[in-house]
Design a protein around this ligand. Structure first.
Ligand SMILES: *[C@@H]1O[C@H](CO)[C@@H](O)[C@H](O)[C@H]1NC(C)=O
Ligand SMILES: *[C@@H]1O[C@H](CO)[C@@H](O)[C@H](O)[C@H]1NC(C)=O
Ligand SMILES: *[C@@H]1O[C@H](CO)[C@@H](O)[C@H](O)[C@H]1NC(C)=O
Ligand SMILES: *[C@@H]1O[C@H](CO)[C@@H](O)[C@H](O)[C@H]1NC(C)=O
Ligand SMILES: *[C@@H]1O[C@H](CO)[C@@H](O)[C@H](O)[C@H]1NC(C)=O
Ligand SMILES: *[C@@H]1O[C@H](CO)[C@@H](O)[C@H](O)[C@H]1NC(C)=O
Length: 341
């Protein structure tokens, strides 16, 4: 009790250069009404106190006096922007965490941090003490970036409650998402059948971050895939053997992307539109022939009354199944389609 009697409070209000001071707990404190200060220099604020007459008798001068200085945060000013930090590379498909930190000069009324992201996210907020004992609010956001988020903005907004209104400060950041080649496409110019001896230009395009370092061209001919060139465009002086389907592969440090197939057709030496079509037709004709044979033999057996007719039919059906065009085409597609991966 005696201790608190000797406590006094100084409340300094620094508003537009006006500094005020007043006392409590039965002591009268006084300080200048106004101080003109220089930014970057220091300021000494004189303060004195007096004991009111009615307490002069009870005041115990043997007890140590203590005082508290309170300076109001200059909210007339704008709050400083929160600080956004990312650790390491932002990579497609890999969850990433970002920190946003905003000063909380008034820890009882800390700023509220909110995020704006181009995707779903989770956040975690906490009040932190800095090495200089000031406080900050730290918000950590976690999300999984995709290549669609590349060059999209992320915003962290700090809202400071000030009296009955709010002050806002925000930090914007443009995402740099690294990703493997996307939208890889091959084009051919001219895209009509050409004569042997004319020039044809094949061009590959793709988007990737970092950019594509290696374009590779492949040719599919007679069911076989061969690597024919590297470089974003491939120019040929057409020879008879150049007809076929072509596609490109784009590669960067994160992976690769494959293009559509384009056809190089030669005038006068028209390659089949798709060699597979002939294969299917051939297989189907073979199948019809085989089936006719079976029917023929079955008919002959029945007319010659052989007892083991069912056995023969069963075996023949097994043979038909093995040579069915469906099975053959599927395995061919698997080889032709992505034999290079
Ligand atoms: C975010 O802050 C936490 C706690 O201070 C720290 O451990 C983490 O490394 C920070 N992350 C980033 C991305 O700065
Ligand atoms: C993204 O942020 C930049 C500044 O960082 C700004 O100029 C641009 O307008 C913002 N874009 C969108 C879509 O908000
Ligand atoms: C293609 O090659 C042939 C034979 O080498 C040559 O005669 C012809 O001029 C070339 N065509 C073009 C367009 O370069
Ligand atoms: C092939 O096409 C690409 C893209 O259109 C172009 O940059 C290149 O010069 C062309 N090459 C030839 C030989 O025409
Ligand atoms: C974005 O990331 C890529 C790949 O990590 C890098 O090469 C590029 O310099 C970065 N761009 C910016 C503007 O930071
Ligand atoms: C590009 O990739 C192909 C196939 O992966 C490889 O053979 C070629 O050497 C590479 N070229 C460069 C310049 O890295």
């Amino acid at each position: 009790m005696a201790c608190s009697e000797n406590m006094f409070f100084l409340i300094g209000l620094f508003m537009s250069g006006v500094l005020a001071c007043f006392g409590q707990r039965d002591l009268i404190a006084s300080m200048p009404d106004r101080l003109d200060v220089l930014t970057g220099s220091c300021v000494q604020i004189p303060c004195s106190f007096d004991i009111p007459d009615k307490h002069k008798d009870t005041f115990n001068s043997a007890i140590l006096l203590s005082g508290v200085w309170i300076k109001e945060f200059p909210y007339l000013d704008l709050p400083s922007s929160p600080i956004l930090t990312v650790s390491g590379e932002v990579k497609e498909g890999t969850p990433v965490s970002l920190n946003c930190s905003a000063v909380a000069p008034c820890p009882e009324h800390p700023p509220e941090l909110t995020w704006t992201l181009p995707t779903q996210f989770t956040t975690e907020n906490q009040l932190q003490e800095n090495p200089d004992q000031t406080k900050s609010v730290l918000s950590t956001v976690t999300f999984t970036p995709s290549y669609l988020h590349h060059e999209k903005n992320i915003t962290c907004t700090a809202v400071y409650p000030v009296g009955t209104s709010n002050k806002r400060a925000e930090h914007n950041m443009t995402l740099n998402v690294s990703f493997s080649p996307k939208d890889t496409s091959a084009s051919i110019s001219p895209d009509d059948p050409v004569f042997v001896g004319s020039c044809v230009n094949l061009t590959c395009s793709s988007t990737a971050n970092p950019p594509v370092t290696n374009f590779t061209w492949f040719k599919i001919s007679e069911g076989k895939t061969t690597q024919v060139a590297s470089g974003q465009s491939y120019t040929l002086n057409v020879t008879v053997g150049d007809g076929g389907l072509y596609y490109c592969q784009a590669r960067n440090s994160h992976g690769c992307g494959m293009s559509n197939e384009v056809q190089l057709a030669i005038k006068g030496h028209e390659e089949p539109v798709n060699p597979k079509v002939f294969e299917i037709v051939g297989k189907t004709l073979g199948l019809i022939f085989l089936f006719s044979l079976i029917v023929f033999f079955a008919w002959r057996r029945r007319t010659s009354r052989l007892p083991s007719g069912f056995d023969m039919t069963d075996r023949s059906q097994g043979l038909v199944g093995m040579n069915s065009p469906v099975g053959t085409v599927c395995s061919n597609q698997a080889t032709v389609g992505r034999g290079n991966q």
